[in-house]
Write a protein that binds this ligand. Structure first.
Ligand SMILES: [Zn+2]
Length: 313
């Protein structure tokens, strides 16, 4: 993939080249309005309009919302997002990470883990992960999360604004906040590597003809309209992570709601059986062997299908 077109140019850019890129920095826009307003429809374009004003005092290369992405600074230009800024790419997610140091008023607005994983916010996280994966592939940045010590040692990879603040003390922002779902985010970033569009083209296009989104929707009790929107993404994500990792990142009750079984919060045999049935349905929709176990083949096909039908890559 080539770099996408600029959708709305930001004002603040430093002189010099941003290439080569050594790290990608994740931000939350932190408008101090809390959940879910910070992630509302139109928030990405609103932030882009803000960056287009001289009074904004900052900028970033990409803004990822639940409904859209904005590209405000060319990858080869230096944005004002997390100093030292040269050779870094800033990716803003429309969300409230609290960021007490920047706004002060409402640090308690920091999204909880459940809010980050909710259907009102999760699509923006998925969109950001897809862009970060694409940037890593195109710009040669390792798909690894960096610690503060890694940053100080000059390692290349992915980190949060908070880590840059702690490593270099040139800003005091703490976004994307204490509850950002780094494990799920990095899993998406790495997963998209296996389903990168450039590699997908070297595979036969059988998935384009075999994927049936409506079948997958029926498996997770979503209206089978064939459109992979945020509601479908949430339901599929709950089944995906629960079946693949054998954990309950959204909680057992949320899983049971997706599976259509009594939401008693107890992960018993009925829930396990319903999860297996849901996975079989998703596998049928993906056109892979329907054995009820979320293995590598299912993971691969699911990543491809999500790219095609949800991210529109
Ligand atoms: Zn930031």
């Amino acid at each position: 993939m080539a770099e996408p077109a600029i959708t709305r140019q930001a004002v603040h850019v430093s002189a010099g080249s941003n290439l080569p890129v050594t790290r990608i920095v994740i931000h939350a826009t932190c408008p101090d309005v809390g959940f879910p307003a910070a992630s509302a429809h139109g928030a990405a374009s609103g932030t882009a309009r803000y960056f287009a004003q001289a009074s904004s005092g900052g900028s970033a290369h990409y803004i990822e919302g639940i409904d859209a992405e904005e590209h405000c600074v060319a990858d080869a230009a230096i944005a004002w997002h997390a100093p030292p800024n040269a050779h870094t790419i800033g990716v803003e997610i429309t969300a409230d990470g609290g960021d007490a140091s920047a706004y002060g008023a409402h640090p308690e607005h920091a999204y909880t883990r459940a809010q980050w994983l909710s259907p009102q916010v999760w699509p923006a996280v998925v969109r950001a992960a897809a862009r970060v994966a694409e940037l890593c592939d195109r710009l040669g940045v390792p798909k690894v999360r960096l610690s503060v010590a890694d940053l100080q040692a000059g390692k290349h990879g992915i980190c949060g604004h908070v880590d840059v603040s702690k490593a270099f003390h040139q800003s005091d922002h703490s976004d994307p906040g204490p509850n950002f779902p780094w494990t799920e985010f990095m899993a998406l970033v790495v997963g998209h590597a296996n389903a990168a569009p450039s590699r997908a083209e070297t595979r036969p296009s059988l998935r384009a003809s075999t994927v049936n989104v409506a079948t997958m929707q029926s498996a997770v009790h979503v209206a089978a309209d064939g459109q992979w929107g945020p509601g479908t993404e949430h339901a599929l994500a709950v089944v995906h992570y629960t079946a693949r990792d054998r954990t309950y990142p959204w909680g057992v009750k949320a899983l049971q709601a997706v599976l259509g079984v009594t939401a008693d919060g107890v992960a018993g045999p009925a829930t396990a059986a319903a999860l297996r049935t849901a996975v079989v349905g998703v596998q049928r929709g993906l056109g892979v062997a329907a054995d009820g176990a979320w293995g590598p083949a299912t993971e691969h096909a699911f990543g491809d299908a999500r790219n095609r039908y949800y991210m529109h890559f």
